[in-house]
Design a protein around this ligand. Structure first.
Ligand SMILES: [Zn+2]
Ligand SMILES: [Zn+2]
Length: 326
């Protein structure tokens, strides 16, 4: 009888001992695969993107986002400094939707024009603003974009509460009896002169007045919040912001974070975005923000300066790097 076929207990034990390292190696491999699958599943849930140009056609923005490894994006629907809106050709809209599908880019956000002022005391500006907001929603529906991000506007020398009531009235007028599929998100502002929406409570006040106005919630801009006095470099400041959202809007109403550093100090009331980690919020502040579990499912869009060609890439890498180390 060959020794290799021997079934005696000594030989069996020796066989087991020989295969033990192999078994351990296989077991480690299984554990590692499970761990990386879980990690990539978690990562897949996280949506990170950047504000992207639509130069050359709106569908080009998706190609640009994909080239930057983004899985969400924000665009302007047209030149944000012009009242003029040209309709999106049907093929462009189709292409936009197809490419989004192909690259799994979701949600898509449209940031409204800077010209919109829904509390203007000038009738022509107010009427044009209401009309333009309606157009932004129409374009969003045509493209299948889920959200339209809005700064309601500013006004001086008027009671703030009355101004916010006026903003709500204007939003309801823009929506009219149309049923847009896209939802509005109100963005917090930096607290500049005439600002009426720099705190969470003030955003909630407008939302409450627009119960049927398909407002899905808010977009929190970290630069604006910091400039308006929320100290995001400290746990207390982040806690204050999140508690206010929780109590006045509800955490499920936080649909987007504009992740921007601030060029100006805390409470400056000045809206100047800076590269991630190079402003007053700094890497330490962003680490705190990104590690807060209550914010972990909220999509992140960067609106950081774009002076050099690889600015977006560098800012996105900084955020991805921080996220990977949490
Ligand atoms: Zn913003
Ligand atoms: Zn800003």
């Amino acid at each position: 009888m060959s020794v290799f076929n021997c079934k005696c207990s000594i030989c069996e034990l020796r066989g087991l001992r020989n295969s033990l390292p192999l078994f351990l190696l296989f077991y480690t491999f299984l554990l590692y695969t499970e761990h990386s699958m879980k990690k990539s599943k978690d990562r897949k849930k996280l949506r990170l993107g950047v504000h992207i140009s639509i130069a050359g056609g709106v569908s080009k923005s998706i190609e640009r986002a994909a080239a930057l490894n983004c899985n969400t994006l924000q665009i302007f629907s047209h030149n944000p400094r012009q009242w003029q809106v040209s309709p999106v050709p049907a093929e462009e809209a189709e292409q936009f939707a197809e490419l989004r599908n192909k690259y799994d880019i979701s949600p898509a956000y449209i940031h409204t024009s800077y010209l919109i002022n829904l509390v203007s005391l000038t009738k022509t500006t107010l009427d044009r603003s209401i009309g333009l907001l309606a157009s932004e929603l129409e374009i969003a529906d045509m493209l299948g974009a889920e959200y339209v991000v809005l700064h309601t506007g500013s006004v001086q020398g008027v009671d703030e509460k009355r101004a916010r009531a006026r903003a709500a009235e204007s939003i309801l007028k823009a929506i009219g009896s149309d049923r847009f599929r896209a939802s509005l998100l109100l963005e917090n502002t930096a607290g500049e002169r005439g600002d009426i929406t720099s705190s969470i409570k003030t955003l909630a006040e407008i939302i409450d007045r627009c119960r049927n106005g398909n407002i899905a919630g808010v977009c929190i801009d970290t630069c604006h919040a910091f400039a308006a006095g929320y100290d995001l470099t400290l746990n207390e400041g982040i806690e204050k912001l999140i508690t206010e959202v929780k109590e006045n809007i509800g955490l499920d109403g936080l649909k987007l974070i504009h992740l921007n550093d601030s060029k100006k100090p805390l409470g400056s009331g000045v809206d100047r975005h800076e590269h991630i980690g190079q402003g007053y919020i700094g890497i330490k502040g962003f680490r705190k923000i990104l590690s807060d579990k209550r914010l972990s499912g909220v999509p992140l869009i960067l609106e950081t300066p774009k002076k050099a060609e690889d600015d977006d890439k560098r800012n996105l890498e900084k955020v991805s790097d921080m996220l990977s180390k949490l």
